[in-house]
Ligand binder design. Structure first.
Ligand SMILES: Cc1cc2nc3c(=O)[nH]c(=O)nc-3n(C[C@H](O)[C@H](O)[C@H](O)COP(=O)(O)OP(=O)(O)OC[C@H]3O[C@@H](n4cnc5c(N)ncnc54)[C@H](O)[C@@H]3O)c2cc1C
Length: 826
């Protein structure tokens, strides 16, 4: 029998999955693949990683496929159904069966000027290369679209160093996955990163002038002057080949198929984003993979059918967890909102409140797998408990889907672990889980732990070492740069996980000013400008006020600076004064006035010591038994500038009445009749924890020495972003073990810890002054790199209660978490 000829049009994610499946199930097919792109299939879901330094080669999905002829850069131009052949500009390819896997094209709304130079879409590696080239030396970009794709594109522009504006036609972000409240919480997260958002806004016309672009909008008087525009406003199936040869297409596009993925021509199948499965187009990769398997099965003689698709999504967008599962709407809803932490959750319930129908999560997607697996069943525990426990994976049923890109369940993963998979890499190879968007990788680690496997503590894929190991390496080798560390001990170019972690280690070990040389590029946004970025692109300035004690003269200086620079002032919970609304180019001028008056940076922006609060102490208080103010000042001056895995907060109370709330701090001190009690490992925030008593009734010298050791032991051994509370809990033996190490010197390391702290105290230098004294560092404090004297005109204010606020902010009344626990009838 002559061989069977199979033609495949499109070598994208789904096309490639199909090729792998057919080669495995029925290698007797002679396969020709017509691929328009110049390179073989690559991971489009991870496309944005390209801007994190992941190369096109690393994104490639190309595999050895015997018997498959992939013709790169050769697009199909027509299908001749009568002759059963596909045409290209180079030739004609006969087929017995044809599979269309042409995917989608980015949708560009009919806006005049959308074809101008500097206007892009976000779909292929070539698109990203062109965006990157255009961004060189430019400062501003607009993304049209505030859905999943638009937010990814906005992050890409941000990574390219552009000020970024999102323009979204719907009234809120991610309107297809979130309700208005969820979209609002997401918006606040995104604006905090310095990305501007304009909702209910659409571009109407683009024009070019003097090398820049101007986009006019449907909102009167609103236009954006920008350097580049990216359309990321949805996709349209690439169905023209089918349309032109008379195969049925859907009213809203897409090649119509039945559940066998067969089109109106029984010899032609359609899979992936081009397919309109029973009229529905799926814009996600998982349903496409299922279709690929169905067709491979059919061509191998099977009878598989498409079982339906779960459109649940869980993503980390710009560092923010967002998830949606099941129904978006229903008869009852229960919601949870914590505006301070930026967490929103909503569960949709049946009429009798017994069955979970769906829901959405913003800011904390920990409960997603459990909730998603519970859709159609009884409502799980209290939503608030689920959101705060962080232990939800343990209750996950076996049928719960862990990897939605590849439809892998917890049961599949536990099975693989029992068969011998002992790390994430092996699980990826064995089950494909984690090989799509990668958002389930942390969960794979948790399941390995649940399966009794000791889990790797490596910082990220670029370093196999834990943060503690990297700390030791830097300490022992004396390496002072990230590039040397990764060249000698890591792989690749680094990422958002390892760069700030290494920056913190270098700073903890006295690596010089954090904006020195290449160190500057490693820092988070706030560290980059030694100030906290606010929602309208301005910064806040927090001078250190040790122990909360301040002279009238210094108070007057703060008042004058705030008045002269038009800054909103607020007394913070950490007993100091925060000045908001500073333009980036004003920061050095503000610091100059403050530094001249004797102030220094309060490190409100850093993972470092923030404040040491105090009560009024013995001098003024009738109950005080110790001088809490002096102790707080001494401690704050000793540990100022100390960089650590997470922020550090402290407080000193002069007596057991505890007015400074020392037991909610990383280290807290309480005066007693006989001396001082030291508490460690407390924190406020989302999951409050009272600190544990480490020492009782000790003198000041012992107290300070023990805090020195506590901090240095924590900094040397904790994981990245691990608060002291979690670190103490993670120590085998907990607080008792900690006491043995830093008080009894069980490990013999106390001299070293003491020396590390002595070095910190000796080398401390104010970071603001370090910038003021260095013309090169000063150069980075401009709004526009190419027009240093020009302030950003997009920053606007309005006056409320006698002070300046960012223009257009409406929700100022929230004061704390609002828990709406009981179901409300809609
Ligand atoms: C930035 C980005 C992020 C995404 N994130 C996610 C996510 O997190 N989760 C998720 O599930 N999905 C995500 N997606 C969607 C996902 O990438 C698609 O669902 C998936 O790629 C669809 O695979 P496909 O093979 O159908 O189409 P594609 O991957 O687009 O492949 C189609 C291929 O066919 C080629 N082609 C088209 N016409 C012809 C022709 N006439 N001749 C020859 N070749 C042709 C195209 O050039 C292309 O190479 C994302 C997409 C993008 C762009």
């Amino acid at each position: 029998m002559s061989s069977k000829r199979l033609a495949v049009v499109g070598d994208g994610m789904v096309g490639r999955r199909f090729l792998e499946a057919i080669v495995e199930r029925d290698p007797s097919w002679e396969v020709t693949v017509l691929a328009e792109e110049p390179r073989p299939a690559y991971d489009r879901v991870r496309l944005s990683a390209f801007f994190d330094g992941v190369s096109a080669e690393e994104l490639s999905l190309a595999t050895e496929l015997p018997g498959v002829d992939v013709r790169l850069g050769e697009a199909a131009t027509a299908i001749d159904r009568a002759a059963r052949a596909v045409r290209t500009e180079r030739g004609e390819y006969p087929y017995d069966k044809l599979v269309l896997a042409t995917g989608s094209a980015a949708f560009v709304p009919p806006v005049e000027g959308a074809d101008l130079e500097g206007v892009f879409v976000y779909r292929t590696i070539e698109d990203l290369e062109a965006i990157k080239a255009r961004a060189q030396g430019r400062r501003h970009g607009v993304v049209v679209g505030g859905g999943l794709l638009g937010l990814e594109a906005a992050n890409a522009l941000r990574l390219l160093g552009l000020e970024t504006q999102i323009v979204e036609f719907a009234p809120w972000l991610m309107a297809r996955q979130l309700d208005e409240a969820g979209g609002g919480v997401l918006r606040r997260h995104i604006e905090r990163l310095g990305i501007d958002v304009a909702c209910s806004t659409g571009g109407t016309k683009i024009s070019a002038a003097s090398g820049r672009l101007r986009m006019e909008t449907n909102v009167e008087g609103l236009a954006f002057d920008t350097d580049l525009i990216v359309f990321a406003a949805g996709v349209r199936p690439r169905d023209q080949l089918a349309r032109e040869c008379g195969i049925d297409v859907g009213e809203r596009g897409g090649v119509i198929t039945d559940t066998a993925c067969q089109t109106s021509d029984p010899d032609v199948y359609a899979i992936g984003e081009v397919a309109a499965m029973e009229g529905v187009c799926y814009g996600l990769v998982a349903p496409g993979y299922t279709m690929a398997e169905v067709v491979a099965d059919r061509l191998a003689g099977g009878e598989a059918t498409f079982p339906g698709a779960d459109l649940s999504t869980k993503l980390k967008l710009l560092g923010v967890d967002v998830a949606q599962f099941g129904a978006m709407d229903g008869p009852l809803a229960t919601t949870y909102l914590d505006p301070a932490e930026g967490v929103y959750a909503k569960l949709i319930l049946s009429d009798d409140a017994r069955t979970l129908l769906g829901g959405m999560l913003v800011g904390n997607a920990e409960p997603y797998p459990l909730l998603r697996a519970s859709v159609g069943g009884p409502v799980p525990a209290q939503l608030a408990d689920l959101l705060s426990s962080g232990e939800v994976q343990a209750g996950l049923p076996d049928g719960a889907q862990v990897c939605s890109c590849n439809a892998v369940t917890k049961g599949d993963i536990m099975g693989a672990i029992h068969e011998g998979c002992t790390d994430v890499g092996a699980l990826k190879d064995c089950t494909r889980a984690g090989t799509g968007c990668g958002s389930c990788v942390p969960m794979l680690k948790q399941l390995l732990a649940e399966g009794g496997v000791e889990v790797s503590t490596s910082v990220c894929e670029h370093f196999t070492q834990s943060r503690a190991e990297l700390f030791d390496i830097v300490k022992v080798t004396g390496i002072t740069t990230f590039s040397e560390l990764i060249a000698r001990y890591g792989v690749g170019a680094g990422c958002d996980l390892c760069k700030p972690a290494v920056a913190s280690i270098l700073a903890s070990l006295g690596g010089g000013h954090i904006l020195d040389g290449e160190q500057a590029a490693l820092q988070d946004t706030n560290d980059h400008f030694l100030a906290n970025l606010q929602r309208n692109g301005t910064y806040s300035v927090v001078p250190r006020i040790p122990g909360g004690e301040i002279t009238p003269e210094k108070l007057i200086v703060i008042g004058e600076v705030a008045r002269d620079f038009g800054l909103y002032t607020k007394i913070t919970g950490g007993q100091r004064i925060d000045m908001f609304g500073a333009r980036v180019e004003d920061l050095p001028k503000i610091w100059r006035r403050l530094v001249d008056a004797g102030f220094e940076s309060g490190h409100a922006y850093g993972k470092a010591l923030r404040t040491v609060k105090s009560c009024v102490g013995t001098d003024w208080c009738r109950y005080g038994v110790q001088d809490s103010v002096k102790m707080a000042i001494d401690l704050e001056l000793r540990y100022r500038g100390l960089r650590s895995p997470h922020k550090l907060k402290s407080a000193v109370s002069g007596c057991a009445r505890e007015c400074a709330e020392a037991r909610s701090k990383d280290f807290g001190v309480i005066g007693t009749e006989n001396g001082w009690n030291l508490y460690v490992g407390g924190n406020g925030g989302f999951t409050p924890r009272h600190a544990d008593l480490l020492l009782a009734d000790v003198d000041a010298e012992t107290l300070v020495r023990t805090i020195d050791r506590f901090l240095m032991f924590y900094i040397s051994t904790a994981d990245r972003l691990q608060r002291t509370s979690k670190w103490v809990e993670s120590l085998e033996g907990g607080i008792d073990y900690l006491r043995e190490v830093i008080v009894d010197d069980r490990l013999g390391i106390c001299d070293e810890l003491d020396a590390l702290m002595a070095s910190h105290v000796e080398h401390y230098a104010d970071e603001w002054k370090g910038v003021l004294d260095d013309p090169e560092k000063l150069q980075r404090f401009v709004s526009f790199v190419n027009a240093p004297e020009t302030p950003d005109p997009s920053i606007e204010f309005e006056t409320v209660r006698g002070q300046r606020f960012p223009a257009g902010t409406t929700e100022r009344s929230h004061t704390g978490p609002v828990l709406l626990g009981t179901p409300e009838r809609k």
